[in-house]
Design a protein around this ligand. Structure first.
Ligand SMILES: Nc1nc2c(c(=O)[nH]1)N=C([C@H](O)[C@H](O)COP(=O)(O)OP(=O)(O)OP(=O)(O)O)CN2
Ligand code: ZN
Length: 147
């Protein structure tokens, strides 16, 4: 089995009112996502094409998260931001964030693992699977999903 990894970054606000303290304030991070997929080498000598994987992932992240805000669906700020018409990604409402109630780093990593699952399906890559997603919100804070 071989693995390949791609990275992308996004500038996105979030807040975690259920944690209290400073995390309950709406604040932004320069996030990095590092996504690893694994599979056997195909007859071109690659697991998957870097460019195709990045295109899928970047398109989703840039459309839904970049220069927007991530809030839990139960967050009282949701109606205000929706009314304002700003870019808002609501966690826990529907796939791919169903069951992920708040935009913690851990849940952002799980969300991007699911988004990558969808990329793999859309690209028709057989025998390829997500093995690791690492998300950093600051230089010192990171979370990983390892499958
Ligand atoms: N396990 C998690 N813990 C925390 C999360 C999280 O998503 N998962 N998130 C936060 C806050 O969102 C915050 O952005 C980070 O808080 P913290 O590291 O405490 O604050 P600083 O970035 O200011 O840390 P310094 O290293 O002191 O600068 C909190 N916890
Ligand atoms: Zn934060």
């Amino acid at each position: 089995m071989n693995q390949v990894t791609v990275r992308h970054n996004f500038e996105t606000a979030h807040r975690l009112p259920h944690l209290g303290g400073k995390c309950q304030n709406l604040h932004g991070h320069s996030w990095w996502a590092e996504v690893t997929v694994a599979g056997d080498l195909n007859d071109q000598g690659i697991v998957v094409d870097f460019g195709t994987l990045k295109r899928h992932l970047r398109e989703w992240i840039d459309t839904h998260l970049d220069h927007g805000a991530m809030l839990g669906d139960l967050d009282p700020l949701v109606p205000a931001l929706e009314e304002d018409g700003g870019k808002l990604f609501r966690f826990g409402v529907a796939e791919p964030s169903k069951g992920l109630d708040w935009p913690t780093v851990e849940n952002v990593a799980e969300l991007l693992a699911r988004v990558t699952d969808d990329c793999i399906d859309a690209a028709g890559w057989r025998g390829v699977a997500v093995t690791r997603v690492r998300v950093t919100e600051t230089h010192v804070n990171a979370a990983e999903v390892v499958r």
